[in-house]
Every structure is written in C-alpha cells, then in structure tokens.
Design a protein around this ligand. Structure first.
Ligand code: FAD
Length: 338
C-alpha cells in the first residue's frame, strides 16, 4: 500500500545553506533571493537550513540575506560535507519540520546531496532548474529546466509528494540583498548523528592549485569560440577582458580542443553566467552555449558569418574577423571612446 501523505501539513520554503570552511556559498544567497519570491507568492516563510560547526556568524548572515528562520545543525561531525551525515540530518529535519519547498544549489555538493535526500524522504527532485515559478491557481512550484540536450525547456510539477525539491545552477538567480538590521529566528535542530553513521572521514581539504576563474561573479566576460582558430587566440581576449575588468569565457569546442581549461566553459555543461556585458568572439551560438549566457544584460557578438545564430540573441552584432575587430575595440577603449 503506498503511503498517502497529508500534503497540507507541509509549509514554508527552505534553502540549503551550503557552507565550505565556514563560508556561505554564493549560490545559497542566490537561492535566498529566489526563495523570497516563492515564499511571498505562497504566503509562507523563507527558512534556511545550515549544517556545520561554529555556525553562529553564518546563521546571522543568512538572516541578513532574508531568512526568517534558520534551522541549524551545529556539530563537529558536520564541519565538512559528508554525504552520509548531511543526508541523515537534512532528511530527519524534513521529516520533522515538513517544508513545502526545498531548494539546493546544483554544485558538486548539491548534486550529490539532493537526490539522496529526495529518495530518503520519498519525494521527487527536479535537477538543474533555470526558472522557478508558482502556479497562481494551485500554488505548486513550476520547475523549468533544459531537457533533451537543451533542445526543449521542460516544466516539471511535483504532484503527489512533498517537499517539492529543486536544484538550481549557480549564477542563474539574482542574489538576495543584504540588510544587517533584519531580524530572524535561529532554531537548533535536534541532531541524531553518531560517528558510526558517517562512513567517510575528511582527512584534509586541498585546493586545486590552478588559476581559478570566477565566471559567476564576473561583470564582464569576453568569451572565445572555435573561430579563434588556435589556443593563442585566448591571449588576445584576455587583453580585452583585462581592459574591461572582466574574465575570459569559452565555448565547449575550444575546451574540447584543449585550448583552455574547462573552468572557463560557458553553457549547459559548463557554467551558467549572467554578467552585465558578454562578448562572444567567434562563437556560433549553439543552443547549449546560449543556454548558459542568454540572461546576460548586454550581449555583443563578433562573428565572420552574418547568419550565425549567436546574432539572434545578441543586443549588438559585429560581422567581421575577430582578429580585426577585437584590436579596434581595445584601441577605442584606450582612447576612451564610447
Ligand atoms: P563553432 O560552432 O565551430 O563556431 C565557430 C564560429 O566562429 C562560427 O560561427 C564561425 O563563423 C566563427 N568564426 C570563424 N573564424 C572567425 C573569425 N576569424 N572571426 C570571427 N568569427 C569567426 N557548447 C558550449 O559552448 N557549452 C556547453 O556547455 C555545451 N554543452 C553541450 C552539451 C551537449 C549535450 C552537447 C551535445 C553539446 C554541447 N556543446 C556545448 C557544444 C555545442 O553544441 C557546440 O558544438 C559548441 O558550442 C560550438 O562551439 P563554437 O561556437 O566555439 O564553435
């Protein structure tokens, strides 16, 4: 006999506050921004669930970013993420408090954690959402994500189970605004966790010693595609990006060629970005690339081929050879021209 849940007993919007070494990840602030919108539309409270050790300052930060309540699990066993411990504590909390909506970032941690929690609490999960809305009629959450290789957008509804769970890619939603005068409630969760529940031990955290590019925080991205013709082409784009205080992005074709590291890749299987200015140089505009940059405020495309699909999403299009156009743009910036 299937268990029939009383859906009406599930209330409020929860955001999993992902922390790493005591720092709240930007995606959690973005989810608080989105969560506030959903909470307002469903007439409910916005809550964060925070797991870690010595969490007091982080809980205050979450309140400043809009959480009405912060459910805290503070324990040495939760200092660093482990799949076992986090799954158990969050699943127990969901069983006890019954949130209606649970949002997590589609980070490496969120992608590991969310499906396990969803299975544990017997509900569905929509992964990698790019848009969340509340159905005005029945107040269910409409979860939209690219499907079939990015060729269609699918909107998914969790009908008969609760909570409604989604993961959202970093950089897609707008960050919540900080207001340090905001007041909220910190609620300590009753943690039932023993050392034996955790089958892995974090011995050491070693940060990869490579040049890290933060595409999600960048205001300006100068991205290069196969039209660069060679790896050295990225040096020219780096010069333009430096002049504009930006960073270099890339299409997957250039990553596949080994011209640049995957951390620079924009798109469906790379990073989703939302800068003020996105300059696409020698990028054709495949749907999988566009899925990752179409929310940029201003898109400028430089391409030799006037019918390249990138021009369909561009606010400004320059038909020409990027090796002629980019140096001219830099000259104009040096002269301070508009
Ligand atoms: P091309 O399509 O080869 O385009 C090169 C462009 O450069 C052309 O438009 C050409 O006119 C122009 N050009 C050539 N020379 C010059 C010049 N001198 N000056 C100006 N313009 C010039 N792609 C991504 O980018 N990100 C992803 O995350 C991603 N995920 C994918 C996931 C899946 C499941 C699949 C199937 C594909 C994915 N792709 C992704 C690949 C995507 O389909 C395209 O193959 C890729 O984006 C093409 O890269 P490109 O535009 O650099 O190259």
């Amino acid at each position: 006999m299937p268990i029939v849940k009383d859906l009406s007993s599930y209330k409020n919007v929860w955001v999993f506050a992902e922390q790493r070494q005591g720092k709240i990840m930007p995606v959690s602030i973005e989810l608080l921004g989105e969560g506030r919108k959903l909470a307002t539309e469903t007439g409910s409270e916005l809550c964060a669930i925070l797991l870690g050790y010595n969490t007091e300052d982080m809980a205050k930060e979450l309140i400043a970013y809009g959480a009405d309540k912060v459910y805290v699990a503070d324990n040495a066993l939760l200092e660093n993420f482990t799949t076992d411990a986090y799954t158990k504590v969050i699943s127990d909390a969901i069983y006890e408090v019954k949130p209606e909506i649970v949002l997590m970032g589609a980070t490496h941690i969120g992608r590991d954690l969310a499906p396990r929690v969803a299975a544990r609490v017997d509900t569905g999960l929509t992964a990698d959402c790019t848009q969340l809305e509340i159905d005005p009629e029945d107040k269910k959450i409409l979860q939209t994500r690219p499907a079939f290789g990015g060729n269609i957008m699918a909107t998914i509804v969790c009908q008969g189970h609760r909570p409604q769970m989604s993961t959202v890619r970093p950089g897609v939603m707008s960050k919540a605004e900080m207001d340090e005068s905001r007041k909220g409630e910190v609620i300590a969760l009753d943690i039932k966790l023993a050392k034996e529940d955790v089958r892995t031990e974090v011995v050491e955290i070693v940060k990869e010693a490579k040049e890290l590019v933060s595409l999600t925080d960048a205001d300006v991205i100068v991205a290069g595609g196969k039209g660069l013709g060679k790896a050295e082409g990225f040096e020219l784009l780096k010069q333009l990006a430096d002049k504009m205080g930006g960073v270099v992005g890339a299409s997957r074709a250039t990553v596949d060629e080994g011209w640049i590291d995957h951390s620079h890749q924009v798109g469906q299987t790379g990073t989703t970005v939302k800068p003020t200015i996105y300059i696409a140089c020698g990028i054709s505009g495949a749907i999988q690339h566009i899925a990752g940059m179409q929310s940029s405020d201003i898109i400028i495309a430089i391409n030799k081929n006037a019918s390249a699909p990138i021009f369909d999403v561009a606010d400004y299009g320059i038909v020409g050879d990027l090796y002629e156009v980019v140096p001219k743009l830099m000259e104009a910036l040096d002269k301070g021209e508009d």
